[in-house]
Design a binder for this molecule. Structure first.
Ligand SMILES: NC(=O)C1=CN([C@@H]2O[C@H](COP(=O)(O)OP(=O)(O)OC[C@H]3O[C@@H](n4cnc5c(N)ncnc54)[C@H](O)[C@@H]3O)[C@@H](O)[C@H]2O)C=CC1
Ligand SMILES: NCC(=O)COP(=O)(O)O
Length: 330
């Protein structure tokens, strides 16, 4: 069965439109529908010298993949004209509109998944809209209080206990309740979405050397260890808290299904060093499937033609895989 998948190109001044146009050069085993202002794709195609036919999406028509050099689009009107590489806050609301429509149409069953291109969090905030990332936005839109950001590359999955918050708030955000919820979502989704029967999860400490027995911080003793003990009493397999500076080595990772890091820049630099451009970002715990690229808006490369499409390709393949599995299990 052919699946219908929404694609949001993200920030129009970045490389999102380029990614969509480059990927439309090939045929996909799913119906990809870009949720976008058509004129943005037309303009960027001209700038890149790419030939692409844009097909108006009609939900009443059968779900069939577009041919190579074609892509379906669902029209969302932009706020203003786009100059590649130049952020404009008048398009902040437009970017959010594409995300809102994509999530609504995932929740009503029009789409089987959404694959997101990179957004610029700063410009959306400058447009007067509080926004910290897709992960939090889709959680809010779908009334799902607890979701988990996980990035995966060949040989490594890294999930985060906290996402886009200032470092100064991290310690307070890691409560027993939050950590238990994140750990359970990760454990459950590794089993159900990724087919890992008995997940083995390495958990980072928060402080240097996992707190050095309380001499370098107490979060490991007061919060992380009790949560892991409680989860393991339920028959799960969480190992830690381990010092984050030494756990990322083959000796530990070879026998692990995922690493749970306490904050964004504890886990993601390692993942991206291993697989930048070949990783995918997956939001766990949402009522719909959402995957994304591992990189940002790369404003410096918009309309240059000189971009890597590997992560976007991977994000689409992963969305198709996850959506097919969900369909089989339903
Ligand atoms: N999924 C998303 O929506 C994400 C959004 N961002 C946002 O992107 C913006 C810019 O973030 P930065 O930290 O500068 O990261 P960035 O990924 O945009 O750029 C970092 C470096 O990698 C290069 N690069 C990125 N993607 C590339 C590609 N596909 N091909 C070739 N080179 C590529 C850029 O040219 C730049 O030199 C920020 O506002 C950030 O919040 C960042 C990560 C993910
Ligand atoms: N580093 C990952 C990132 O910033 C993407 O976050 P999100 O927009 O997927 O929530």
């Amino acid at each position: 069965m052919c699946l219908r998948i929404a694609i949001t190109p993200g920030e129009p001044a970045g490389i999102g439109p380029d990614l969509v146009l480059k990927l439309a050069q090939q045929q996909w085993p799913a119906q990809l529908v870009a949720v976008v202002d058509k004129t943005i794709l037309e303009q960027r195609a001209k700038e890149l010298g790419l030939e692409v036919e844009l097909l108006a999406f009609d939900p009443e028509q059968p779900v069939t993949p577009a041919a190579a050099k074609q892509i379906y689009y669902l029209q969302v009107d932009k706020g203003c004209d786009v100059e590649p590489g130049q952020l404009d806050e008048r398009n902040g609301q437009y970017v959010l509109d594409t995300l809102r429509i994509a999530s609504e149409k995932n929740m009503d069953g029009t789409f089987a998944a959404v694959v997101t291109g990179p957004v610029h969090k700063g410009i959306i905030n400058r447009a007067g809209i509080s926004f910290s990332g897709h992960t939090e936005y889709f959680a809010h839109q779908s009334n799902t209080p607890d979701v988990v950001m996980m990035l995966a590359t060949k040989g490594l999955r890294v999930a985060l206990a906290t996402t886009h918050i200032p470092l100064a708030y991290v310690s307070k955000a890691i409560t027993k309740e939050r950590l238990t919820k994140v750990a359970n979502i990760l454990y459950h989704d590794l089993q159900t979405k990724f087919g890992v029967a008995q997940p083995r999860i390495l958990v980072c400490g928060l402080n240097p050397h996992a707190g050095e027995g309380g001499h370098l911080g107490n979060e490991e003793i007061d919060t992380i260890t009790p949560v892991l003990e409680m989860l393991n009493q339920e028959g799960k397999n969480f190992i830690g808290p381990l010092p984050a500076d030494t756990l990322f080595q083959a000796k530990y990772l070879d026998n692990a299904d995922a690493v749970l890091a306490m904050y964004h820049d504890q886990g993601l630099p390692v993942l991206k060093y291993k697989g930048f451009g070949n990783s995918v970002n997956i939001t766990l715990g949402l009522p719909f499937i959402r995957t994304s690229v591992d990189h940002g808006t790369a404003l410096d490369l918009a309309a240059s033609g000189d971009i890597e499409v590997g992560s976007f390709e991977l994000a689409i393949h992963e969305a198709i895989k996850l959506a097919s599995k969900k369909l089989q299990n339903s």
